[in-house]
Design a protein around this ligand. Structure first.
Ligand SMILES: [Cu+2]
Length: 495
């Protein structure tokens, strides 16, 4: 590497420095009202029709962007499902591209899971009937076609799922949808001069994941939300392809994490900074009782491996290289408090009733999962000589079952990450993180997860209660979507 980071920063030039990520200059493009997605209640009695469509969406002043979405121009409705009931929905495909609908985080059979072996071809309709049996939680759905997932999600094929558990004790948390219980899909996207998103990862942005230079929440650039005075629950999904967020409030206020991927934590945890990797979800409760507006910020994503952030800037699709280099925070969105409205919840419960308890037995087996970026050698890959990323030296092959698991057996999965931090996702269950880098992780600090950001090594406790056959196996993969599409994925059956 003859080029130093300083050279790269100089080469990247001022034209690539997005003002959007630097301080308040954002108002030029951001500041729209936060869109609240429609809420659809799914049940057994009827199957509403949700079509994937192509559309022109207005993100930027006076410009339209070609996007795809589930039933709307970009993203999709929140689909609410009840534990113990079948959730039915008919998913049509009205775009010219084969897609799928993966129910990320759901404990459902492989045949229902919506992975790469369950394509929905153009003009076809998927009659989904999901057997919902898992704790109340915030999940999501997105397209999951092998080697196309990054593109599909980038252009908009994603939405949230809420699981409700009618038999669980009331958690005492805010629960009025769109008022004091607000979904936030946080994503980064880049727009070209003509207003189009142009998903074209290559070189370093393929290697390290594709990052945008604008921050979108529910499809609006750095929006403003109006919230009642009092406790507000935010259900946050990192719907980005690669970017890791380190959320915090500009005024430094503390907030409480109340749930992670798999549902409620046993008790709220006070935080001032919260890291969220791609595909992870978190629920937090923020006290807006002082009626002061608050800006939600993020520290920059430094998960660039040995290449650093400068090269990303040169590729024109990163956050401001300046902001990354300086360690500056960037804006995600702003909350304005409507003092004439008071939230229903005045006091955060100290114990979260209805939180799931982990259900694992004595592990009977260990498996290793080595997430590898460098299969063909770093320079070989940079020159285009390498083929794919891999897990355990195997790049994803739709025709190969990598692991065979026995239903109901508890195992330990040893996951190790190469070069960068990788968000490791497993289909079909929620797991418990037992340790990271050799240190015990107490259950109440992370709760149940289906994505874990592996920085070194992690030990996961897994137990599958649903089955997946060789025709529709489950997947495990890195959720940096460029890594997944390049083959950092494997398949397994459960029987
Ligand atoms: Cu990865």
């Amino acid at each position: 590497m003859a080029l130093t980071r300083r050279h790269l920063l100089a080469l990247s030039g001022a034209s690539l420095l997005s003002p959007a990520l630097i301080g308040r200059a954002v108002a030029a493009v951001g500041g729209m009202d936060l869109p609240i997605p429609d809420l659809w209640d799914l049940g057994a009695d009827s199957a509403p029709k949700l079509d994937a469509i192509a559309a022109r969406t207005k993100f930027l002043q006076g410009q339209e962007t070609v996007t795809v979405g589930y039933g709307q121009g970009y993203l999709g409705p929140v689909l609410r499902m009840k534990r113990g009931a079948t959730a039915r929905i008919d998913l049509g495909n009205k775009i010219k591209e084969t897609i799928s609908v993966h129910w990320h985080g759901m404990h459902i059979e492989g045949v229902q899971d919506g992975g790469p072996h369950s394509p929905v071809h153009p003009d076809a309709v998927l009659h989904a009937a999901l057997d919902v049996d898992q704790p109340a939680s915030t999940l999501w759905y997105h397209s999951h076609i092998h080697q196309r997932t990054g593109m599909h999600v980038y252009y908009g094929l994603a939405g949230m799922v809420f699981i409700d558990d009618p038999d669980a004790a009331d958690s005492g948390l805010p629960k009025t949808y769109g008022e004091d219980d607000i979904p936030l899909v946080v994503q980064d996207r880049s727009f070209e001069a003509g207003g189009q998103m142009n998903y074209a990862p290559r070189g370093p942005s393929r290697m390290m994941g594709y990052r945008g230079n604008q921050i979108l929440v529910n499809g609006a650039i750095q929006p403003r939300a109006s919230v009642p005075k009092g406790m507000v629950r935010l259900r946050i999904l990192n719907g980005s392809n690669a970017r890791i967020y380190h959320f915090h409030f500009e005024d430094g206020r503390a907030f409480h994490q109340v749930a992670s991927d798999g549902g409620l934590l046993p008790a709220p945890i006070e935080k001032t900074v919260l890291t969220l990797a791609p595909a992870e979800r978190v629920e937090i409760v923020v006290d807006f009782g002082n009626a002061k507006a608050a800006r939600l910020l993020s520290f920059p994503d430094t998960n660039m491996g040995m290449m650093g952030g400068g090269m990303m800037g040169m590729m024109g699709n990163s956050a401001s290289p300046q902001a990354v280099a300086a360690g500056d925070a960037f804006e995600v969105m702003t909350f304005d408090v409507n003092s004439s409205k008071t939230g229903a919840v005045k006091k955060l419960p100290s114990i979260l009733a209805g939180a799931p308890t982990p259900d694992f037995d004595e592990p009977v087996r260990r498996r290793q999962f080595n997430l590898q970026m460098m299969g063909g050698g770093m320079m070989g890959r940079m020159m285009g000589g390498g083929h794919g990323m891999s897990i355990n030296d195997a790049s994803m092959d739709m025709g190969v079952i990598n692991e065979k698991i026995t239903k109901g057996e508890t195992e330990i999965w040893d996951v190790s990450a190469d070069e960068m931090k990788h968000p490791f996702h497993v289909h079909g269950l929620s797991f418990q993180v037992k340790s990271m880098n050799g240190r015990d992780v107490p259950y109440n600090s992370m709760g149940l997860k289906d994505v874990v950001l592996v920085d070194g090594t992690a030990e996961l406790l897994v137990k599958f209660n649903r089955t997946a056959d060789a025709k529709t196996p489950y997947m495990y993969h890195c959720h940096i979507l460029e890594h997944e599409d390049l083959g950092m994925m494997g398949q397994f059956t459960v029987s």
